[in-house]
Unconditional design. Structure first.
Length: 111
């Protein structure tokens, strides 16, 4: 089973309302940004270096179906984008993102 990952702040995760997950980027950009496993730490350090607490949602790509598209945002690498709300049954779990001894985000294999 393919899994993709979506990061959000711990505060945002803890305040999620019931129902499908709608990240604000769905309204502003038309999709929800996600990463493949090997892209999580890179993306976290590039876009969320200043955040204090982050959570990573593990998503079942099969449940996302046609809403999931792999696209190059202009950096020469493909990233998964979800073009619609994420149904709760597509969320396999959530785990905190941790920092290494140098203060960089890392994404250990826990699954």
């Amino acid at each position: 089973m393919r899994r993709v990952y979506h990061m959000l702040s711990k505060a945002a995760y803890e305040s999620l309302p019931p129902g499908p997950y709608r990240h604000p980027s769905l309204e502003t950009e038309g999709f929800v940004h996600c990463s493949n496993r090997d892209q999580v730490a890179w993306a976290a350090n590039k876009f969320y270096a200043g955040e204090l607490d982050m959570v990573v949602l593990t998503l079942d790509a099969n449940c996302l179906g046609v809403l999931l598209k792999d696209e190059d945002p202009g950096c020469g690498r493909l990233f998964p984008h979800v073009y619609g709300p994420i149904e709760r049954d597509a969320i396999l779990g959530a785990q905190p993102l941790r920092r290494d001894g140098a203060g960089h985000w890392e994404f250990p294999r826990i699954e």
